[in-house]
Ligand binder design. Sequence first.
Ligand code: UTP
Length: 480
Amino acid sequence: MQPPRNIVESLEQAGQAGVLRFWNDLDDEGRRRLARQLEAIDWAVFDDMRQAATAAVAEGVDPAFLSIASTPTGQRLSPDDCSAAAWRPAGEEALAVGQVGAILVAGGQGSRLRCDGPKGVYPIGPISQASLFEILLGRLAAIGQRYGRGVPLAIMTSSSTDAETKAYFEDHRFFGLDPDEVLFFRQADLPALSIDSLTMLLDAPDRIALAPDGHGGMLRALSAAGGLDWFARRGIEHVSSFQVDNPLASPLDPAFLGMHLVSDSDITTQVVEKREPDERVGVIVEAGGVCRVVEYSDLPEPLSRERLADGRLRFHAGSIAVHCFRLAFLAEAAAGKASLPLHLARKAVPFIDDSGERVSPTTPNAYKFERFIFDLFPLARRVTTVMIDPAEGFAPLKQPSGSTADSPEHVRRAMVTQARRLLSRVGVAVADGIDVELAPSIIDEFDLRHMTPGSRIERPCVVIGESVVSWGDGTPRSPI
Ligand code: UTP
């Protein structure tokens, strides 16, 4: 069996015929597998990748630097903020009439956390060991119940996470969500390119090295899967997108949604105040009325250290990737010609060398390419930033246990602290050094209204609505 003619031609034109070097040694199944992968390559995107890589080599600087002007003055929104009272009813109304949908991006490989499977199955509940999916989607189900309308959810998977994510949803009965109101859609993969030669790497003799095309792959993949129409058919006008690795995320907070609606924005995005220059969050910047996000790794050090007269960092609006989009804006962006730009990262990617030996480099040898959701910002007519308290909405799980930031220990601590704070608001004290966890069904203090003020929690427990479930006897799983 010869390689299909059209594939050979495309590869030769792109200078990539080397990926067929083991073709004669492959069995039929291996040949079919490699051919399928190569057929799926979008050669126009491949050209863009090579151009992005060549520009990076030639200039070594991100053009976004040039347009950095200032940080937009976002409105501050916190539970104590009296103006939240004005926006909240608008958000609650939108939830009650079923105008709001959700998009969860869960296609990442979780390589820093060293996950084997989807990050969403990671057990993060401080006491219950509930997974990220159980926590985030259990809360989504609770919001649907509170407002009497389920929130349709589109979840983005990738070739790395798709099958396992779907099986996990089935095993957990969709966490209380209506399966008819959940849409899985899969993002595209892009090949990794050798830094030296800009050629594709082989992960095995019959397999090129591929990686998901970044969370910004969401727009194209959702549109291709019919997801924009899927939302529209359900009467959805706004969708909030969030990431799987932030168990405190509150993309459907009514005050946040209300600000989006009242400000009539194409995009409303949550930010936290970046306090130190080395915090690893991208910042929202504005130039000539156009908003964009600059990744922390792309912000030149001197700029990252500049401070305003009041002591805050000049670039202090840290993006936490919780965005509410007007659905019509997403549809316009998807229909437009311009695709989101490709960003490249230098990574150590294992590969098969010319002699067929597997090499596992310890330093970067390849470019990986990703699109970012926040590159939609410059296309928006109006972007509103909402400053939230990180203690209420941001605890990202990025790094493995024992790391200095964003580790499972940090995330669990943040969850316990938030639970203690909510309990104290309804007058329930928690003994020092005792861990407590809120079940996903508890959205805010309203769900704790039946607890007895003045009572005290003395043992580690998971609080489920009116009852307190004691824990700490070695029982391995939470019933939540
Ligand atoms: P990160 O950019 O932190 O990547 O993803 P990651 O895959 O979780 O972890 P590393 O970088 O390999 O260590 C932030 C969010 O974007 C999603 C992730 O699933 C997570 O919710 N994401 C990321 C995608 O959906 N697709 C991608 O291609 C990349």
